[in-house]
Design a protein around this ligand. Sequence first.
Ligand SMILES: Cc1ncc(COP(=O)(O)O)c(C=O)c1O
Length: 363
Amino acid sequence: MLKIQKNIQLTIINSEVPQPLIFQRFPQLSKSIPWMALGQFPTPVERLTKLEKHLGLESLWIKRDDLSGALYGGNKVRTLEFVLAEAKKREADLLIAYSALGSNWPLACVVYAKQQGWPTDVFFLPYPMDNVKRENLELINELSRKVYSAKSKFTFPFLLYKQLARSRKTGSVYLTPPGGVSPTTTLGYVNAALELKEQHENGELPIPDFIFCSLGSGGTAAGISIGLALIGWPTQVIAVRVVDFIVANKFTSNLLIRRTLKLLKRNGVSLPNRNWGSNLRIEHNYFGKGYSQPTDLGEQSIELFKSHENQLLDSTYTGKTFAPIIDLSKDVSFKNKHILFWQTLNSRNLDKILNLPEFDIRN
Ligand SMILES: Cc1ncc(COP(=O)(O)O)c(C=O)c1O
């Protein structure tokens, strides 16, 4: 039988913790949608002055979701505030996360689950790895309860469901959504757009003409798209596809948008009839040969960020996502636009993570 210390900070809604802006705007959601505070928000917005000058742009900004949590940052922290609250509601003893080998999602999940007292089993699909993923994999091996790697994509479902059935005999298991993304967790990025609006109202940044973000499982782009429509900004979201077309395309993005809107309506939010998703454009041309396979322009983005801003991008997601900005900077009609790059990769020092207190279920 799994025994864990469900100690500590498992409050779903703690009145002392500031509620997310989406709950302030639609208070009915806080009654029905479980959420717990994990991250540090708002994440900063900054002007990339050196890079802006280098590229000949007039207004280049970054939203620093790399700093979204004290232990571990990146876009999955906003997601996990809903995932772990759901696990708490279901009284889970064990979490299961699955993804491509060495991905950021299972690491974020393992870290925050462990902080909150849960063990996590991680299941991997075979994919090539970049440097970030290799480091992730070491940490996931160290911090999770068990790691299972499928030999092929075809055997993966059998491995997952066989172990899932086994674990369910010994306790309550919560299978987290793929990439952490579901209509509920997409609300994390709807909320992020409301956060950006507040930052604009505080004079921290102009209303962007374009927001560039990665398109993987799709929660980030879909959430921002819905959030921008709610606040009435004319901003266009350019979601740069970084995974296979079959997973990320206009159909899957629109489906997630529609399901998220349905979730909002089901929970008492009345929404205007409008062309939801029309502010979202998917950019397919920077994907290269495959998921996690570097591209020239992606690597150039990494180099530019390092040399001009001393910030880290990666080959799989964020380098490819910045790549179209390099290309477009040569276009005169783009130079004077307000451009926001949404940084979704963790930049917290990973050493801290290894010092998380042990729980008593490793077996
Ligand atoms: C660093 C990073 N950026 C972007 C993404 C894509 O986000 P989404 O799955 O919400 O499309 C991921 C997904 O794992 C990621 O790890």
